[in-house]
Design a protein around this ligand. Structure first.
Ligand SMILES: [Zn+2]
Ligand SMILES: [Zn+2]
Length: 245
């Protein structure tokens, strides 16, 4: 059941929705079987190695390991490469992964808005969203250890050509997404100092996406990140009313 609100709202800027929202695109997809996480089912598990890939079950995770191993170890290696004397903080990589995971709905939504995918679906293959962060290692709450330094639209090749393994992983997700009727994989690059993380978001067909177009996505992103709020829900205006989620 969707949570519909009688009064239109600009954004859920000040008050969080009080009911669990219905899930649509941009949510967790099992990398093995393609199942989409449902609000009623158990939460999907995150691969502990790369902390990017998600699975609906332990069985799917085990089954996927032979084909996932290479990209997973490649991603984890970036963590160990950081652990050299003189690095600002070896916890940065770990904290960044946690941050991206906690804000995945917000970041996915920001990418969707930044690339204007509702109006320009073909943009999914041309551009990527780069989010630059500042690090505040001494913040007591883990969600406040990063703030938004800037956001930029960059050519998608900036991400895919820079790292062939990551490029191949995005291509694989892209093909899977299009086979199931989606428009492709939106690429978001989250960067802090010399550490970065790529967040691929498989995007449904535009007709299935009811998220409102928001020009103020960058302000919304900043507001939620800087205030440490992880309860962001996208807003959709539908014939039934205003829906969060
Ligand atoms: Zn699965
Ligand atoms: Zn992994």
């Amino acid at each position: 059941m969707a949570t519909a609100y009688a009064q239109p709202a600009a954004a859920n800027y000040f008050a969080a929705p009080s009911h669990p929202p219905p899930k649509q695109r941009g949510y967790r997809v099992c990398d093995q079987c393609g199942a989409v996480e449902q609000p009623t089912s158990a939460r999907f598990r995150l691969c502990g190695g790369c902390m990017i890939t998600q699975y609906c079950s332990q069985d799917c995770q085990k089954m996927h390991w032979p084909s996932h191993k290479q990209i997973c170890q490649h991603t984890s290696k970036q963590v160990s490469a950081m652990k050299q004397p003189g690095d600002m903080d070896e916890n940065l990589v770990k904290n960044l992964r946690k941050f991206v995971s906690a804000h995945s709905t917000l970041i996915g939504w920001a990418g969707f808005q930044a690339l204007q995918l509702k109006r320009l679906p073909s943009n999914v293959r041309q551009n990527a969203l780069l989010i630059e962060l500042s690090y505040h290692p001494s913040a007591s709450e883990s969600v406040r250890r990063f703030s938004i330094k800037g956001t930029h639209i960059v050519p998608r090749t900036y991400v895919t050509d820079n790292d062939p393994l990551v490029g191949a992983d995005i291509q694989r997700r892209e093909e899977r997404c299009r086979r199931s009727g989606g428009i492709g994989t939106a690429v978001i690059l989250i960067q802090c100092s010399d550490v970065s993380q790529v967040m691929p978001v498989e995007v449904d067909a535009p007709s299935k996406i009811s998220w409102d177009y928001r020009e103020d996505w960058a302000d919304t992103l900043r507001h939620f990140v800087d205030s440490g709020r992880i309860d962001f829900k996208p807003i959709s205006t539908t014939p039934r009313g205003i829906v969060y989620g």
